[in-house]
Ligand binder design. Structure first.
Ligand SMILES: [Zn+2]
Length: 348
C-alpha cells in the first residue's frame, strides 16, 4: 500500500510539485492574457460604439450647455448632420444653440434652422422661422428666397408671388420667378378650362420668352396641334424627350420637314426617311442602325447652373433652386417597349 505514496522528502515529490507549479503558472498566465485580450476588444467596441450611436437630445443639451466646444464647432457638426441627411440631429443642435448660443449669431442660426426644416420637409415650421427672421430683419433676401420656396412647395403660389414684391424692392431680378409662379398657379387652377390655361400659358411664354419646357410639355400633352403652331422649332433640342414620345398621329410633318434637327430626330425614330446622317451622335447611330437593332433614346437632365444630374425632368433645380436651367442629355438604351410588344405579338 505504501508503495503508492511518495514521501514528501522523496526527490520525486519535489519534481512533481515543481511541474505542478509550472502548470498552474502557465495556466493562469494564459487565462490572464486571454481575459486581457477580451477586455481590449470590449474597450475598443465600446469606443467605436460612440460613433455609431448619436447623442440623445438630453445628452446634446448637456454637451452644448457645458460649452466645451465652440459654437462654430457645433454649427459645423450640425452642417455635417444635414449633409448626411440626419436632419433630426441638426435641428436639435440648432434649437439648443438658439437657447444658449451667442446672440450675435442668432439670426444666422435661425436661418440655418429654417433651411434644415425646409430640407427635411417641415414646411410649416420653416415658414414660421423665415417669417420670424423677416419680422426683425425685413431686408434679408436669403430668408425671402427661402420663404418663396416654402410657399411654392406648399402650392400656395399667391403667397409666393407676394414675396416677389420685397425682393424687387431689394433690386433682385424676379422676372423668371414671376413667370414661373404665374404658370404654376395656372396649371394648378382646378376651375380653369384646359383651353384657357393653354392661352394664358402662351401669353406668359411670349411675354417672358422663357419656360419653354414647362409651357410646351403641357400644351403638347393637351393640344398637340396648337403646340406645333406656336412652338419655336429652333428650341427643339430643349424638348427632345417630349418630341420623341409624341404619338405619330399628333405630329405635324409639314413643320418637321422644315427643320433639320426634327428631320433627323424623326428619321431616327423611324417615322420618316428625310435624313441619312446627323451631327448628334445618338441620332446618327439610330439613323444608321435603322430598325435592325432594338435601340432607342434615353434621357437624363442636367442643371446648367450647378451641373446636378436628375433622371427626371425639372423646371426648378432641386439642388440650386434655379428655374429653367434643365438641359436634356441624350443616351442610347435597349428598347424594352419594342421587346414587350414583340413578345405580345408572338402570342397572337
Ligand atoms: Zn442646379
Amino acid at each position: 500500500m505504501n508503495t503508492f505514496f511518495i514521501e514528501f522528502r522523496d526527490p520525486l515529490f519535489g519534481i512533481i510539485i515543481f511541474f505542478a507549479l509550472i502548470f498552474v503558472i502557465t495556466f493562469f498566465s494564459y487565462w490572464l492574457s486571454r481575459f486581457k485580450k477580451k477586455e481590449d476588444y470590449r474597450h475598443l467596441d465600446r469606443f467605436l460604439r460612440q460613433f455609431n450611436t448619436l447623442p440623445s437630445q438630453s445628452e446634446l443639451k448637456v454637451l452644448i450647455t457645458k460649452g466645451e466646444l465652440s459654437e462654430k464647432s457645433w454649427l459645423l457638426l450640425a452642417h455635417s448632420y444635414t449633409k448626411n441627411g440626419n436632419f433630426e440631429k441638426s435641428i436639435e443642435i440648432y434649437n439648443e444653440l438658439l437657447k444658449v448660443g451667442n446672440k450675435a449669431n442668432y439670426r444666422d442660426t435661425m436661418f440655418l434652422l429654417g433651411k434644415t426644416y425646409f430640407k427635411a420637409g417641415f414646411l410649416e415650421r420653416a415658414r414660421q422661422i423665415f417669417l420670424e427672421i423677416l419680422k426683425n430683419n425685413p431686408r434679408t433676401p436669403q430668408a425671402l428666397n427661402y420663404l418663396l420656396l416654402v410657399y411654392e412647395h406648399m402650392k400656395d403660389y399667391n403667397s409666393a408671388l407676394d414675396v416677389l414684391e420685397p425682393l424687387e424692392e431689394l433690386k433682385k431680378d424676379t422676372k423668371t420667378d414671376s413667370a414661373y409662379l404665374k404658370s404654376m398657379l395656372l396649371l394648378n387652377n382646378l376651375e380653369m378650362s384646359t383651353e384657357m390655361k393653354v392661352n394664358a400659358l402662351l401669353e406668359i411664354y411670349k411675354g417672358s420668352n422663357q419656360l419653354t419646357y414647362l409651357v410646351f410639355e403641357y400644351i403638347f400633352r393637351v393640344n398637340p396641334k396648337l403646340a406645333w403652331e406656336n412652338f419655336d422649332i429652333s428650341k427643339a433640342e430643349l424638348l427632345v424627350d417630349i418630341l420623341w414620345n409624341i404619338d405619330k398621329k399628333d405630329l405635324n410633318f409639314d413643320i418637321i420637314k422644315q427643320n433639320s434637327y426634327l428631320r433627323e430626330l424623326y428619321t431616327a425614330k423611324g417615322y420618316i426617311k428625310e435624313a441619312d446622317k446627323s451631327s448628334t451622335f445618338e441620332l446618327d447611330v439610330l439613323i444608321n442602325l435603322k430598325k435592325s437593332v432594338n435601340a432607342t433614346l434615353s434621357f437624363e437632365y442636367i442643371c446648367d447652373n450647378c451641373k446636378q444630374i436628375s433622371p427626371f425632368a425639372f423646371n426648378r433645380c432641386s439642388a440650386c433652386h434655379s428655374i429653367d436651367t434643365s438641359r436634356v442629355e441624350l443616351g442610347l438604351a435597349k428598347d424594352y417597349h419594342k421587346d414587350f410588344s414583340e413578345e405580345n405579338n408572338s402570342f397572337q
